[in-house]
Design a protein around this ligand. Structure first.
Ligand SMILES: Nc1ncnc2c1ncn2[C@@H]1O[C@H](COP(=O)(O)OP(=O)(O)OP(=O)(O)O)[C@@H](O)[C@H]1O
Ligand SMILES: O=P(O)(O)OC[C@H]1O[C@H](OP(=O)(O)OP(=O)(O)O)[C@H](O)[C@@H]1O
Ligand SMILES: O=C(O)c1cccnc1
Ligand SMILES: [Mg+2]
Length: 540
């Protein structure tokens, strides 16, 4: 993907001190060249769901490609780490690159599930260890916010528009940029974040704030009142037209033009003169139904007379189901009375602390919102603020490594593994299937025993119509091995990926868990190693 990186902070020192401490200890103990395999995976899907959208891969690859300690980095470490550390280690640090590391990964934008490695990193242990934290920070938030975006969109169906408005509430500037970037692949249509638009080619979208409305107190403050016709360029007395239409709108609606705020009308008029082809007004500064809506309609009808079409309005408070439905009914009425059918379909944008539950509730209640502007809950992932990806050693010098835990879910699946996805004839994903690296690939049309990695009694035979190998070798021999897709391609791929999931895995309430299985051989391998690794206790 050709894009300037915002990730200037992503550099080798953006890591936890313990990675560098371990690098020194591996080096000092002559272990640094041992060939390690690490798996990067999570154990639980976020937001109480049963799927996750994998994101952050391109950033990981760019980080690996540019991996280099600079002199100032190493000088800093020399000064701050214990003085008795051998000087040669710091000289060695300046030579570290990732040329003898390999990274296999699932393509960015794929739906992924617990326990399956998203990245498999192979290489000298010192190097493969050094990159743990940075890879995790690049994948965790990206995947979390992309998944959040998918879920927000899933609440309403595909025909609604979603704009990300979260920069002001994000976890700092980088959090804001990442939120804009990754909510786009999760299915958002645009962002208000202008730098994200420039860096990633995401459509930039937006309306205006309450301040613009309250910056006018009356029509007298208007400095410009005319608008040239879009077609003929004839000058129209635009503000007068708006005032005339306001009376007509109010008499159609049976309300009084006196009740509308004239500062608000002046703001709408000046905004329409500035953006005659893109007029979208925020209508809740004073009173949506009594003031904002009639003022908006007056300006929209005056624009029509100048051969422009208004775009719509934004609601940012109150009962969004009620207000949007009421606004739509009034649009219908005005469309009929003025014989302008498009007025019925003007865009209704809604914002104000919207979260996934609000969206689900709005869908149940019925509403007439076309576009959602979503900030705080999307970017802060308020429902679950972190994804728990981990990075675990699974093999060293061809010997499997296992991390045991009292908590069965925390036991790692040892060894180098392959991952396949099985599909039925409708293209729906049936289950994910992990094998030991030495096993032959499962074949479509074969009956395959799928075992739960930890539950002995849980197993099933599956005959997939098609089988997809989930890993691609993305990094080897010091370069990115694949032509990376454009951001637009990642987005399209991600949207298609969600569609491969059965609806019951996607539903909001009590979704069915998607099965992640291991081969019989991997099951035996895991459990033998597990048994061997647990000391036998003594009862006395
Ligand atoms: N029909 C609805 N069903 C469920 N939730 C809604 C509905 N309409 C709005 N909401 C949500 O209810 C909350 C209402 O916000 P709040 O109580 O702060 O009032 P407000 O209308 O925003 O007032 P203010 O003018 O102070 O911003 C928001 O989080 C909004 O997304
Ligand atoms: O509500 P969010 O999902 O975060 O969406 C972004 C919010 O940011 C803007 O105003 P801001 O919240 O700054 O001021 P307001 O509360 O007065 O609307 C906008 O009007 C939205 O309300
Ligand atoms: O363009 C908007 O309407 C917008 C942008 C950021 C935050 N709230 C609203
Ligand atoms: Mg707000």
């Amino acid at each position: 993907m050709e894009m300037e990186s915002h990730l200037n902070a992503v550099q080798p020192l953006l890591t936890d001190l313990y990675q560098i401490s371990m690098a020194y200890a591996y080096w000092k103990s002559g272990k640094n060249q041992e060939e390690a395999t690490f798996d990067l995976f999570f154990r639980k899907n976020p937001f109480g769901g049963e799927y996750t959208l994998f994101a952050g891969l391109e950033d990981c690859l760019k980080f690996i490609e540019n991996y280099k300690f600079h002199t100032s980095d190493v000088d800093y470490l020399r000064k701050t780490m214990p003085a008795y550390m051998e000087k040669e280690f710091f000289d060695f640090m300046l030579t570290i690159d990732m040329n003898d590391v390999k990274i296999y990964a699932i393509p960015e934008g794929s739906v992924v599930f617990p326990h399956t490695p998203l990245l498999r990193v192979e290489g000298p242990i010192l190097k493969a260890q050094l990159i743990e934290t940075t890879l995790l920070t690049l994948v965790n938030y990206a995947s979390l916010v992309a998944t959040n975006a998918v879920r927000f969109r899933a609440a309403t169906g595909q025909n609604k528009i979603f704009h990300e408005f979260g920069l002001r509430r994000a976890q700092g500037p980088d959090g804001g940029l990442s939120a804009s970037k990754y909510s786009y692949i999760g299915g958002f249509n645009g962002t208000s974040n202008v730098l994200a638009g420039k860096l990633y080619g995401i459509p930039i979208r937006g309306t205006h704030a309450h301040a613009y409305v309250s910056s006018y107190r009356s029509l007298d403050e208007l400095k410009f009142r005319d608008l040239p016709d879009r077609i003929s360029s004839e000058i129209h007395p635009f503000s007068q037209l708006c005032v005339t239409y306001l009376d007509k709108v109010c008499s159609t609606l049976g309300s009084s033009a006196l009740q509308t705020h004239k500062g608000e009308l002046a703001a709408f008029i000046s905004y329409a003169i500035a953006f005659p082809s893109d007029f979208l007004a925020l209508v809740d500064t004073y009173d949506v139904l009594k003031s904002g809506l009639p003022n908006f309609l007056a300006v929209a009808l005056a624009l029509h007379e100048c051969n422009y079409k208004a775009i719509g309005l934004r609601l940012d408070s109150g009962d969004l189901a009620y207000l949007s439905s009421k606004v739509r009914l009034i649009f219908i009425k005005i469309a009929q009375n003025f014989n302008l059918p498009y007025i019925e379909h003007l865009n209704i944008v809604a914002s104000n602390d919207i979260n996934e539950d609000t969206l689900n509730s709005l869908e149940n209640q019925g509403h007439s919102i076309d576009t959602f502007g979503i900030g705080t809950h999307l970017v802060t992932c308020q429902k679950q603020p972190a994804l728990g990806c981990v990075y675990k050693l699974v093999e060293l010098d061809s010997e499997p490594r296992i991390k045991l835990s009292q908590d069965i879910e925390k036991v790692t699946i040892p060894g180098r593994k392959n991952l396949y996805r099985f599909f039925n004839g409708n293209g729906e994903a049936l289950c994910d299937f992990m094998t030991h690296i030495d096993e032959p690939a499962p074949k479509a049309g074969e009956r395959i025993l799928c075992r739960h990695p930890f539950g002995e009694t849980k197993r099933a035979n599956v005959t997939p119509t098609s089988v997809r190998c989930m890993y691609t070798l993305y990094w080897a021999n010091g370069r990115i091995q694949e032509t990376l897709p454009t951001w637009e391609e990642v987005r399209t791929y991600a949207l298609g990926q969600i569609e491969t999931l059965r609806k019951d895995h996607r539903r909001n309430l009590n979704p069915t868990p998607y099965k992640v299985a291991v081969s019989n051989r991997l099951y035996e391998y895991l459990h033998q190693l597990w048994m061997r690794s647990i000391p036998i206790g003594e009862i006395s």
